[in-house]
Structure formats: structure tokens, C-alpha cells
Design a protein around this ligand. Structure first.
Ligand SMILES: O=C(O)CCC(=O)C(=O)O
Ligand SMILES: [Fe+2]
Length: 181
């Protein structure tokens, strides 16, 4: 039997009380999360517990075809794109799949995703950085990332690059879990 160990790919810095970094999603069937990428440009590991979710994802290089609004949201509905309004979307290469209960999805930083619950659904995720992704994310401060996001990325980089323990950083980072913008 194979057992997937969370600690085999989640940066070691997060191991201490890793569940504190989780976001929890509970929703009825047909709930929708519109097209976006995760606002700190983190990696995302997504755990589907109950019900199925349909994901439509696009690689970061497709963002230019998706009509961005603000930092992280996109106007195109990839389930039913309006090509009159959003003609450039014809160039995009969306990938559509279902995540079933018991399955885990990994999305690299900057992956665009649109999510529809096909059933009543329970899921959770962890947005997490590596040393490298935290530095890439800090570099995005000059590409329109909101200042508050850069603050959270700065905290994570302090932990991942300068090895300040998560016990210290978490106090400051905690508010991110209610912020997510
Ligand atoms: O499951 C959802 O509705 C949204 C999930 C999501 O956006 C995420 O995990 O970052
Ligand atoms: Fe997301």
C-alpha cells in the first residue's frame, strides 16, 4: 500500500502544526468560485473530502487571454466563454477535470482555476511556499500585487529563507487566512 506523506513535499517550515495553514471549503452543489489565481502566488495542495468538484484550470501564461480584473480575478467564465466580449480567450488552453472524494490536486503558483461543486462538498487546501516561490512572489510586488499580500509573502520569506521558526511568524501570518485577496 502506498501512503502519501504530506511532509514529503510540504516545505519543512510548515510541518509544525501544519493544519493551521488550511482553508476549509463547505458548499452546496453548484457553488461556483470564479476564475482566479491564489493571491500570494503560493503552491496549492487541495484535498477533496466529500462530493465532487469540477475544475477548469489554465496555466499562468494563459492569463493574458482571460481578461484580468484587479490582482487575482478574471472576467471570462471558462465554462461558457462569451467570445464576443472576450475574443482573446480563443487563444487560451483550458484544462477541465473532476476531483473526486479522496483525491488530491496540486496546483503550481499562478495557476488560474474556476471551480464548480457538482455535489454538496467539503474540501480543504493549503497554500504554501517554497523558498523559491516565496522569492518569486515577492518579486511580483512590482507587478501589481497588493501591498498587504506582499506583507504576507515577506513573512513567509522570512521563515523559509532566513529560517525564522513558524511559531514566531504564524502570529503575524494568521490574519491572512481571513484575508485571502
Ligand atoms: O473549491 C473552491 O471552490 C475554491 C478552491 C480554491 O480556489 C483554492 O483551493 O484555491
Ligand atoms: Fe483558489
Amino acid at each position: 500500500m502506498h501512503q502519501l506523506s504530506l511532509t514529503s513535499f510540504l516545505s519543512e517550515w510548515y510541518w509544525y502544526k501544519w493544519w493551521r495553514y488550511c482553508q476549509f471549503f463547505l458548499g452546496s452543489s453548484n457553488s461556483i468560485t470564479p476564475l482566479h489565481f491564489d493571491c500570494l502566488l503560493t503552491n496549492n495542495i487541495f484535498f477533496q473530502i466529500v462530493g465532487r468538484k469540477q475544475f477548469t484550470i489554465l496555466l499562468p501564461e494563459n492569463a493574458k487571454y482571460c481578461y484580468r480584473k484587479g490582482w487575482r480575478w478574471f472576467l471570462v467564465n471558462p465554462e461558457n466563454p462569451d467570445f464576443n466580449k472576450y475574443p482573446e480567450y480563443k487563444n487560451a488552453r483550458p484544462i477541465k477535470f473532476i476531483v473526486n472524494p479522496g483525491e488530491i490536486l496540486y496546483m503550481p503558483p499562478g495557476t488560474l482555476h474556476h471551480v464548480r461543486s457538482l455535489d454538496m462538498s467539503i474540501s480543504f487546501n493549503i497554500d504554501w511556499h517554497t523558498r523559491k516561490s516565496s522569492l518569486n512572489a515577492l518579486a511580483a510586488s512590482v507587478k501589481g500585487m497588493p501591498i498587504q499580500n506582499s506583507y504576507y509573502n515577506f513573512l513567509l520569506a522570512m521563515g523559509l529563507v532566513f529560517k525564522i521558526p513558524s511559531q514566531v511568524i504564524f502570529k503575524f501570518y494568521k490574519s491572512y487566512l481571513n484575508y485571502v485577496s
